[in-house]
Design a binder for this molecule. Structure first.
Ligand SMILES: [Zn+2]
Length: 187
């Protein structure tokens, strides 16, 4: 656990720190990354590269955080590309502002510009909605608002989330060192 992108538990919300941890890297396992056993057994399978869309849809419908599973009370946050923030349209489910902020440093896919996820193996039938986790953007935007609508697209097998206009937007860009930093000059 010495990787620079694995901060101590004190840097993440208690609800996220309380999640079961992955054997590798010790990262908390979000409920949306738990998939049915790909071999049809009764167990579960953890895959950080895909979202269990039935779990994420269920959590979002109950206004619960996709990363820690706990209720989102006053504020909800969305993490995505600057384009998604512009359109107010997301394929990744919402979460607590604190949990998504933690994901900026915890999730290697987000934290490091050159990190590439293993793409070949996708057991569990998880889906990668277009634009969600496939192409790495130049930066990420964390938008915070009060409410959102969910739009299920059965034909595509996933849900689109439409947040109310953001009250606060935090922009992050990759620096020359390949790490994510808060963008300067943004509100
Ligand atoms: Zn949370």
């Amino acid at each position: 656990m010495t990787g620079p992108h694995v901060p101590p538990s004190g840097d993440m919300p208690a609800s996220l720190a309380a999640r079961p941890r992955a054997a590798r890297r010790g990262l908390p396992i979000p409920p949306v990354n738990v998939h049915p056993d790909p071999h049809g057994g009764t167990g579960t399978h953890v895959d950080f590269t895909t979202i269990n869309t039935s779990t994420s849809s269920h959590l979002a419908a109950g206004r619960r955080c996709s990363l820690c599973g706990e209720s989102m009370k006053y504020r909800v946050a969305f993490l995505g590309t600057p384009r998604a923030a512009e359109l107010l349209r997301y394929t990744d489910p919402p979460g607590h502002p604190g949990c998504l902020r933690a994901a900026l440093t915890l999730c290697p896919h987000i934290a490091l510009a050159r990190h590439r996820r293993a793409r070949a193996d996708r057991p569990g039938g998880g889906t990668v909605p277009p634009g969600a986790h496939g192409d790495k953007p130049d930066g990420w935007t964390l938008g915070i608002t009060r409410s959102y609508r969910s739009m299920v697209l059965p034909a595509h097998g996933f849900t689109v989330y439409l947040p109310a206009p953001f009250r606060t937007v935090h922009a992050y860009v990759y620096g020359p060192d390949g790490r994510l930093h808060p963008a300067t000059g943004t509100a």
